[in-house]
Design a protein around this ligand. Structure first.
Ligand SMILES: [Zn+2]
Length: 402
């Protein structure tokens, strides 16, 4: 029996643990790792990396492909004081435009993210009385078109609430039938004013369709902490450990140390993950402490130049740098560990990305011109090579964002 020739071999690849290897890729999977320079049957194509650091493709755990305005001319931010006011301001904009999402910015964002080494992402998609199921329909088409370059999970997101937006619940149900991967939620108290009512619908839809959950939770203080407790309790009751994410969880920044540690332990034990964009200001959860207590935390971009926020930090190397900056991390091991939040953790929790470079894993690999991860992060490097689903990506100059 003969082993088929690998389609691609990456020579001189430096893994994060320091090993210098050749990586064989067959189809869309890593086929073998061997000591660099070891005799082996020739591959169909070889690329010499010269000791460049290789990492598994990076994962952006939270984007809004349907919101970004990267593809259209600059639009000054329309400041709004509350989340409810921002929702209404965005809906006004939605009513005023018929630009397809791909042209509005979704495609530009996917290209910019890939150029920065992101090969998998989770996007939320607005489901409400204005977007209805239109944004989802467009993102399903976009996902299909990008299937060879970007692994995309879609969360059906009730941006205008569920109880306070009459058609939302039926649309969410239909969205899961159409192909959304997870059910979302939004501030059960802050937006819908009914913690139990909102969460009951979200968890019922998850159970009905056998899907995971990813809830936006901006509610702060004891109200937000109580909502986190409720989500943990429902996760335990439904046997949904490992399938539930709380995005943002700003309330964790408000907890005193004892309460924080108790909540962190409950998150870990129940298998509820936390997604953070590492926001500025005083609402960022204390990620190093959550990490130390074993909570599964992964990182995402959230808003990228949209009606909510003009911020345009797209790559996950940049996002890791925000973590180092925000938490004052200086030691190599602390900075390098930030990569877990954009590689191994989202792979384990969400099934996004390869997570690691090993035989049998999805061949999503990014290479950087540095000997180790801390340098990549502090210099906010762009990758020199991106392999997605086994295929080297053509890297033009970084796309010009209008
Ligand atoms: Zn979001």
């Amino acid at each position: 029996m003969t082993t088929p020739l690998p389609d691609l071999r990456l020579n001189g690849a430096r893994l994060a643990d320091g090993r210098l290897l050749s990586i064989d890729i067959a189809g869309d999977q890593v086929a073998a790792l061997r000591p660099n320079g070891e005799d082996a049957p020739e591959a169909r194509r070889s690329i010499e990396l010269g000791g460049a650091l290789v990492l598994p493709g990076l994962t952006d755990g939270h984007v809004h492909l349907d919101k970004t305005l990267l593809g259209v001319p600059w639009r000054p931010h329309q400041a709004a004081a509350s989340i409810r006011a921002r929702i209404e301001a965005e809906k006004d904009y939605r009513r005023s435009t018929r630009t397809p999402l791909a042209e509005q910015g979704a495609e530009a964002l996917l290209e910019a993210a890939l150029r920065r080494g992101t090969t998998s992402l989770r996007t939320h998609v607005d489901i409400d009385d204005v977007a209805k199921l239109d944004n989802l329909t467009q993102l399903l088409t976009l996902r299909e078109r990008w299937a060879d370059r970007m692994q995309i999970q879609i969360v059906a997101f009730p941006q205008s609430g569920i109880l306070s937006c009459a058609p939302a619940a039926a649309y969410l149900d239909e969205a899961l039938r159409m192909g959304a991967d997870l059910i979302g939620g939004l501030d059960p108290v802050g937006i819908d004013g009914d913690r139990d009512g909102h969460l009951a619908i979200v968890f019922a839809l998850a159970e009905k369709h056998g899907r995971g959950i990813d809830i936006h939770l901006h509610d702060g203080g004891s109200e937000g902490l109580d909502e986190i407790d409720d989500i943990i309790a429902r996760t335990r009751a439904g046997g949904l450990g490992g399938q539930v994410t709380i995005s943002h969880a700003f309330a964790l920044a408000d907890a005193d140390e004892r309460h924080l540690d108790a909540t962190a332990d409950a998150l870990r034990e129940s298998g509820v993950a936390i997604l953070s964009s590492i926001p500025g200001g005083d609402r960022c959860p204390p990620i190093p402490r959550l990490r130390a207590r074993g909570v599964e935390v992964f990182f995402g971009s959230d808003n990228i130049r949209d009606c909510w926020n003009p911020s345009t930090v797209i790559g996950m190397v940049d996002r890791a740098m925000l973590g180092a900056y925000r938490f004052g991390l200086r030691r190599d091991e602390d900075i390098a560990a930030l990569l877990d939040h954009v590689t191994t953790i989202p792979s384990r929790i969400c099934g996004l990305g390869a997570g690691e470079i090993r035989p049998g894993a999805r061949a999503d690999i990014v290479a950087f011109e540095a000997p180790h991860a801390p340098q990549v992060i502090v210099e906010r490097q762009l990758p020199s090579l991106i392999v997605s689903r086994g295929k080297p990506q053509e890297l033009a100059a970084p796309p010009v964002l209008k």
